[in-house]
Design a protein around this ligand. Structure first.
Ligand code: ADP
Ligand code: MG
Length: 324
């Protein structure tokens, strides 16, 4: 099978077609149209074997993660995903691998109404780069630099699950209950981009970011971009039952919730004035969210509390996962 047949079989012929794609896979570049008054959001993320996923990871899980990390970035901007392109570096032409990877990719594209419109295929160490594009009305863009002192701080879903899932896979955490085990591993391997939450927060959140590097690291991005500080009530952090049931020591659970990466929840701030509207918007979509703290005027100062008492960050053993 040559490169052109590969692209046709595994990628071109498996795509459902969006009306706004004038030219998809097959020409020198894709051509898409953006409706009037819509802004284009573009993001790229690369997953490298051994760095972002373990060598034994199934192709289906790799596809899921590659899609999720990119769509999560669009969600954090309040954008609705439209198109992706895929740059694949493959060590060999493994048709079984390609079949499983492309089936899941096509399934998720369909699920999110996204079309794969192009890419590149090269020989090299296994690595997957996706560029995702979406649209958002100009006045609805969610950014990190506009949190204000007094705004409330929220997070969707639950924190620490993906890090616990990775700990299970690396034999650092023993979870006997098979449902809990599968839930936590899935949160690591197959994260869910919070697209509905992102679009639901348009014009309501003052700032928004997705939690990819760990809660405190990503909160730090909001604090430095917005030039504000924050209070975080550690006892309020949302922990799933699966995490709570299996990580009994509170400090370890909080460590996972604060520093564990890859949860892909949305961390966002809302003014007192818009709080009720935000609550009804997210509740109407059935989205879980939790109030975890408040933005303060003390520039870039993080004030951690446990049961209203100050909590020293040094009490955690680990630090956030930094790439370099
Ligand atoms: P070019 O030489 O013009 O870069 P390529 O041979 O790399 O073209 O690709 C041919 C077509 O297939 C292009 O439209 C490109 O976007 C698409 N394509 C290549 N690899 C992939 C891939 N992994 N997934 C989706 N589309 C791809
Ligand atoms: Mg090319």
């Amino acid at each position: 099978m040559n490169e052109f047949n590969l692209i046709k079989t595994y990628f071109k012929d498996k795509q459902s077609v969006r009306k706004d794609v004038l030219i998809g896979i097959g020409d020198d570049a894709a051509i898409t149209s953006v409706a009037d008054k819509q802004m284009l959001a573009t993001t790229t993320d690369t997953l490298v074997e051994g760095v972002h996923f373990l060598a034994e990871t199934k192709p289906e899980a790799i596809a899921s993660k590659a899609i999720a990390v990119n769509l999560s970035d669009l969600a954090a901007m309040g954008a609705e995903p439209c198109w992706i392109s895929l740059s694949l570096s493959l060590p060999e032409l493994n048709e079984q691998w390609l079949q499983e990877f492309s089936d899941q990719l096509a399934y998720l594209c369909d699920y999110y109404s996204v079309q794969l419109i192009g890419g590149d295929t090269v020989k090299g160490p296994l690595s997957i780069t996706i560029t995702a594009q979406g649209v958002v009305p100009e006045e609805s863009v969610l950014k990190r630099d506009s949190a204000q002192a007094g705004d409330w701080l929220y997070v969707t879903g639950s924190l620490g699950d993906a890090a616990a899932g990775l700990d299970i896979l690396q034999n650092n955490l023993n979870v006997v209950n098979s449902q809990d085990r599968q839930y936590l591993i899935d949160r690591h391997l197959r994260p869910t981009p919070r697209i509905l939450a992102g679009t639901g927060l348009r014009r309501l959140a003052s700032a928004c970011i997705d939690v990819s590097d760990g809660l405190l690291q990503d909160l730090n991005h909001i604090m430095s971009a917005s030039d504000v500080g924050a209070i975080v009530h550690l006892d309020k952090l949302p922990l799933s039952n699966a995490l709570g049931n299996n990580v009994k020591r509170l400090e370890r659970a909080l460590d996972l919730a604060c520093f564990g990466g890859d949860d892909y929840e949305l961390l966002f701030t809302v003014s007192e004035e818009l709080k009720t509207s935000m609550q009804s918007a997210l509740e109407s979509f059935g989205i879980d969210y939790t109030l975890i703290g408040q933005i303060t005027g003390s520039k870039e100062k993080l004030d951690l509390r446990l049961n209203d008492q100050p909590f020293e960050i040094e009490k955690f053993q680990k630090n956030g996962y930094l790439h370099f």
